[in-house]
Design a protein around this ligand. Structure first.
Ligand code: SAM
Ligand code: MD0
Ligand code: SF4
Length: 374
């Protein structure tokens, strides 16, 4: 049977693209059909359409975020995450002096924003001033916008982050299927997570939401499968894309779940990246003028190329060649630091090979101001 794209002639295909650019909404059935595509030519048509749409809004410009995972301590027990409190791993917490030194090095790397990320570390959660100081340091030393990824924090904390000049607040719902959420973010409130994101939006900070794919073969460490009805990847993605639309996010991401050693889901089979790539294209159709990242954390620079070719326009999880800090998913956990190749220079070289370029700082910052009325 002909699929969503193979049954379109050129005129219909061009009409589809025009409709997206004029922000005509996709129906659930359209998304379902696109996520079911397996034919290579149709997949190429889908990703080409997404890149065309991206070019309408962003041209050849790609934005780069430096990733600073400054504390890997965490009080939570997310079943998918290497850093969950039950995992017996080595952890670190960067000192204010170490952060200053890192920022001195980062400021001339060519990134557009610094992403300060932490586990839900009580050291910072219970003493907001310590995180505010990190934001201040990063902004002052690098002169760049700062994203914070602190997990769920209360409204007063968010207002203080806004007052300190935090530019972006990243907090991923992971899924908008409540039952699946309960199995991933064990013991954490679904609503409070949504609430934190919307408080940040109200406080005038740009927000990022994100979802994960690749849970359809989800198994516990005992080898026992988790109820498959909650983890059909296609239906899950549709619910989650709709969920993300609610808060009008400034940046939206999808990442493939990568099973992590020592965690409850360690035995789950690694899904291919194909679903993530399809969801990136669909995110571009549903959020045509928003930032969509290609994370280096899932599959490095080769993976970045695929994600940019699927319609992404930001590269995240850039880590300096000599940095000792970790990523989150860490596809390259076993690779020695100086072979990691997640640095800005390697990224920019690859962008040039692809006919893309690093966007200007000015255009990035004008995007950050898109919600501001004055
Ligand atoms: N602790 C904060 C929090 O959880 O919101 C900040 C860290 S957050 C940026 C870490 C994100 O990485 C998660 O929200 C999840 O989307 C992603 N992640 C973590 N472990 C992952 C895994 N094993 N595979 C894919 N993505 C993962
Ligand atoms: C990334 N490792 O971009 C980072 C992280 C946190 N804001 C982002 C998941 O892949
Ligand atoms: Fe902690 Fe974030 Fe990992 Fe969950 S995803 S265990 S909150 S670091």
């Amino acid at each position: 049977m002909a699929d969503f794209f193979s049954r379109m002639d050129d005129a219909k295909y061009n009409q589809f693209i025009d409709d997206i650019i004029s922000k005509k909404p996709l129906t659930d059935d359209m998304i379902r059909e696109m996520l079911s595509i397996t034919d290579r030519d149709s997949l190429k048509k889908m990703s080409d359409a997404a890149v065309f749409v991206k070019n309408q809004y962003f041209g050849n410009s790609i934005y780069l975020y430096s990733f600073v995972y400054f504390s890997t301590y965490c009080k939570n027990q997310c079943s998918f995450c290497y850093y969950n409190s039950k995992n017996k791993i080595d952890r670190y917490r960067v000192t204010p002096e170490e952060l200053r030194r890192m920022c001195e090095e980062l400021k001339d790397e060519g990134v557009h924003m610094i992403d300060l990320t932490m586990g839900e570390d009580p050291h910072f959660h219970d003493a907001p001033e310590k995180l505010l100081e990190f934001v201040r340091t990063a902004k002052e030393i690098t002169g760049l916008p700062v994203m914070v990824s602190p997990g769920v924090v209360d409204n007063d904390f968010i207002k203080a982050l806004a007052a300190e000049g935090a530019d972006f607040f990243a907090l991923y719902q992971e899924t908008y299927q409540k039952e699946l959420y309960g199995k991933l973010r064990i013991g954490q409130s679904f609503e409070e997570r949504i609430q934190a994101r919307s408080s940040a939006k109200v406080a005038g900070i740009c927000i990022e939401d994100g979802i994960l794919t690749g849970f359809s073969k989800m198994k516990l460490s005992s080898g026992e499968p988790i109820n498959p009805s909650v983890s059909d990847d296609i239906e899950s993605a549709i619910v989650s894309i709709r969920g993300m639309q609610e808060a009008d996010p400034d940046q939206v991401r999808v990442m493939t779940f990568e099973p992590q050693p020592g965690t409850p889901l360690a035995e789950t089979a690694q899904a291919s990246d194909l679903m993530e790539l399809k969801v990136i294209s669909i995110l571009r159709f549903v959020f045509p003028d928003r930032l969509i990242p290609a994370s280096l954390d899932v599959a490095g620079i080769p993976g970045m190329v695929d994600r940019l070719n699927a319609g992404a326009n930001v590269v995240t999880s850039i880590i300096s060649a000599d940095s000792k800090l970790e990523g989150v998913v860490n596809f390259d956990r076993d690779v020695s630091l100086n072979e990691r190749k997640r640095d800005a220079k390697s990224v920019i070289e690859k962008l040039h090979e692809m006919g893309l370029e690093r966007g200007s700082q000015e255009s990035f910052e004008s995007y950050l101001n898109r919600n501001k009325t004055i």
